[in-house]
Design a protein around this ligand. Structure first.
Ligand code: HEM
Length: 106
């Protein structure tokens, strides 16, 4: 799957995350986001096409995805602990990471 497919998967699972308070449904959707983000990290934004994989911008792109993965893992750990309220609060912060990185790379 290409980066666009991974982004679509991120969006579909994110909307599921924000819609539910059921721990199993939440964890499933977070897992879907995690898989999509891991795959996205191997991709190249169309804007950066042709750049070497180790260019400053490509590194910055991968860092943005890594930041999101860190937040997803934080939310997953909170669901694991049964703290759904805090997990959802962390998930609400994904939006800011999306915004910052879309401004740079989309
Ligand atoms: C919750 C987090 C995020 C969501 C829900 C999200 C969602 C989306 C969606 C729906 C698209 C349009 C996909 C399409 O063209 O079919 C998109 C595009 C894109 N996003 Fe994200 N995104 C997220 C985070 C990020 C992050 C962290 C980065 C970079 C570090 C990023 C980089 C991009 C890029 C480069 C595109 C353009 C892809 C293309 O045109 O092929 N996104 N995103």
């Amino acid at each position: 799957r290409d980066l666009g497919d991974d982004m679509d998967a991120l969006a579909a699972n994110y909307s599921a995350v924000m819609k539910t308070d059921d721990p199993a449904t939440l964890q499933h959707a977070l897992n879907g986001m995690h898989d999509a983000a891991l795959d996205a990290r191997n991709g190249t934004p169309p804007k950066l096409k042709g750049q070497p994989a180790d260019s400053a911008q490509m590194k910055d792109f991968r860092q943005g995805i890594t930041d999101l993965i860190g937040q997803i893992e934080q939310a997953q750990a909170l669901v694991q602990k049964g703290d759904i309220k805090q997990a959802k609060a962390v998930a609400a912060q994904f939006k800011q990471t999306e915004k910052v990185n879309h401004a740079k790379f989309r």
